[in-house]
Design a protein around this ligand. Structure first.
Ligand code: SAM
Length: 278
């Protein structure tokens, strides 16, 4: 499979999604692209890569980009960011923002929706605080297929049990066939929108809190740097950025720094510079 068609395909995927592929990932390509090759009536994955190089055909390329993305997610994933939100981030924001001032949250690379819906639940549970506030949660991903699932908000038994207490399940979900549907109240708090992190964040406005977890790990250093700089621009001066536990900003940007008090919590470097001068 390794050869010019493979190299061309890897470059295409890198440009479209930031996913770094190489010969060591040939097994991944085989597993994920075989169903597409078959559905196109092709003999195998090498034949698919050859067609893609020859014809640059859409929507075939988009299908491959989608198939190669990892959508793994769960409710209240990793716990710590939601704890940091409750104990550090939200109280600080409430203290600084006036009543009536909208609080804007962005879940960048939200996958099937568990992260923004967890955020919506957490905001409700911060007794009294969320109720008083005008809150907007924007949830974006570059996969239309996964956004369709997220908008629907229906999860299997396994998915709801993974991360949700029985109390939360009871309070925020209702039976829908074999699955569980997120309550209309939570769904109304979240706006899902298509967005590719590699195209920048201009036009989305400023956010008080950005969750961007478990997606930078797939990018090469240049793309990580670009995305982090864009997130810094989209963050309010005193806003908070939450990255995944396996993600680091080390050597990538000087505009974001680790915030005290919690792992995975970051803030704009300009806040520190301003407080050092003041
Ligand atoms: C592993 S999931 C993480 C979901 C969630 N943030 C979490 O931590 O549970 C990664 C998501 O990133 C999305 N993604 C990958 N590359 C992207 C890009 N360039 N722009 C936007 N989303 C991207 C994938 O479609 C996938 O849904």
């Amino acid at each position: 499979m390794i050869g010019p068609d493979f190299d061309h395909f890897c470059a295409l995927i890198l440009e479209r999604s930031g996913l770094v592929l190489g010969p060591e990932k040939a097994y991944l390509l085989r597993g994920r692209l075989d169903p597409i090759a078959r559905s196109e009536g092709l003999a195998d994955v090498p034949a698919l890569l050859a067609i893609i190089r020859k014809t640059a055909a859409e929507p075939l390329i988009s299908k491959c980009v989608e198939a190669l993305a990892t959508h793994e997610s769960s409710f209240f994933r990793d716990g710590a960011p939601f704890e940091a939100l409750k104990t550090l981030v939200f109280p600080a924001l409430i203290a600084k923002r006036g009543v009536g001032q909208k609080l804007r949250f962005w879940c960048a690379a939200c996958s099937s929706g568990q992260e923004p819906y967890s955020l919506a639940i957490a905001l409700h549970e911060m007794a009294g605080m969320a109720a008083l506030r005008d809150v907007e949660i924007l949830a974006t991903d570059f996969s239309e297929t996964i956004l369709t699932k997220a908008r629907k908000g229906v999860y299997s038994d396994f998915e709801v049990r993974r991360g949700l207490s029985p109390e939360r399940q009871q309070r925020w979900f209702e039976r829908d066939g074999d699955g569980w549907r997120v309550s209309a109240q939570l769904r109304s708090m979240v706006t899902f929108r298509h967005h590719n992190l590699l195209r920048g964040a201009s036009g989305l406005g400023l956010f008080d809190v950005i969750f961007c977890r478990n997606v930078l790990i797939y990018f090469d250093p240049n793309r990580k740097r670009f995305v982090l700089e864009e997130l810094a621009k989209a963050l309010a001066p005193d806003g908070a950025l939450l990255l995944g536990s396996a993600e680091t900003i080390l050597g990538l940007t000087e505009n974001i720094v680790q915030a005290p008090g919690a792992r995975g919590l970051y803030q704009k470097a300009s806040v520190l510079r301003a407080s050092a001068v003041g």
